[in-house]
Write a protein that binds this ligand. Structure first.
Ligand SMILES: Nc1ncnc2c1ncn2[C@@H]1O[C@H](COP(=O)(O)OP(=O)(O)OP(=O)(O)O)[C@@H](O)[C@H]1O
Ligand SMILES: [Mg+2]
Length: 257
């Protein structure tokens, strides 16, 4: 299954993506977790420590490798380069592993009006297509807020776009906007997860405001999640409560997607 996680800034995308990946990895599944947020922090939600993280550069910054595979230098516009570079070895060569999860950090994905045709973009797009289409691994993509950077070709293979919302108007607005964008780029399965839910009222608020979208479940407001962030460990390793809630969300996903 291929899952992308979206939502407003700070809603809990990385937390959910990290815990989902660890649960699946813990079950012995093959999991590729992709950090597609330029402000990357999925590693810490997976429980990969900073020391280990520094051993791998974000893919978009691997200038020599990009040049080798595409035949063009980073940021070179209008030059001739390979549009379908070889990428099938990237998940094994350039990922960090944690308990069955391979983490790939994309880094800053270049954009430009009408799509940016630079070399690093060609490489990243090819990689996304490869893991979505040719691999049977679970793929979990932690997106930055918004969907503008994803285009046709990669997103249409996503089985589920999970929008994380917290109780609040701005978060609901973002969810609706994500749904419209998803429609535009051909993602049909858009689901909601309510996060930071402090009680029945919060849950009702989220349900009432997004009643036209299917819900996968709710995650309670949880001090342990904040503590995990402070300690630089995965909430998966710190708290059984969030683990069980996310297991329920995965179960709902398996049933729907
Ligand atoms: N259920 C929860 N209870 C309490 N705090 C939470 C919960 N989920 C996430 N948080 C906290 O909210 C903050 C944002 O979470 P997270 O980084 O997962 O969000 P994000 O949507 O990925 O943010 P960004 O847009 O910056 O990438 C973190 O400090 C995290 O610890
Ligand atoms: Mg995040």
């Amino acid at each position: 299954m291929k899952i992308a996680v979206s939502g407003k800034g700070g809603a809990g995308k990385t937390t959910l993506a990290g815990v989902m990946a660890r649960i699946l990895g813990g079950r012995g599944k093959k999991v590729i977790a992709i950090d597609a947020d330029p402000d990357s922090n999925l590693a810490s939600a997976l429980g990969i420590d900073d020391g280990t993280l520094t051993k791998v550069k974000p893919l978009a910054e691997m200038e020599e490798f990009i040049a080798e595979r595409t035949g063009a230098k980073k940021g070179q516009y209008g030059a001739f380069f390979q549009l379908n570079p070889r990428v099938d070895d990237i998940p094994e060569r350039f990922s960090l592993q944690k308990d069955g999860v391979k983490l790939i950090v994309l880094g800053n994905i270049p954009r430009g009006g009408g799509g940016c045709f630079c070399a690093e973009n060609a490489l990243l797009r090819s990689l996304l297509s490869h893991v979505m289409i040719e691999r049977d691994d679970y793929v979990i993509v932690d997106l930055e807020a918004g969907l503008e950077h994803m285009g046709r070709g990669t997103t249409e293979h996503i089985d589920a776009l999970v929008v994380v919302v917290e109780p609040g108007r701005r978060s609901f607005q973002t969810a609706r906007q994500v749904r419209r964008l998803a429609d535009d780029i051909g993602i049909k399965k858009v689901y909601v997860v309510g996060n930071k839910i402090a009680g029945k009222e919060d849950e009702a608020l989220v349900r009432d405001n997004l009643n036209d979208l299917p819900f996968l479940g709710f995650i309670s407001y949880n001090e342990k999640v904040i503590e995990a962030d402070k300690l630089g460990v995965s909430p998966f390793d710190l708290d059984k409560g969030i683990r069980e809630e996310v297991e329920g969300i995965l179960e709902a996903l398996e049933g729907l997607a």
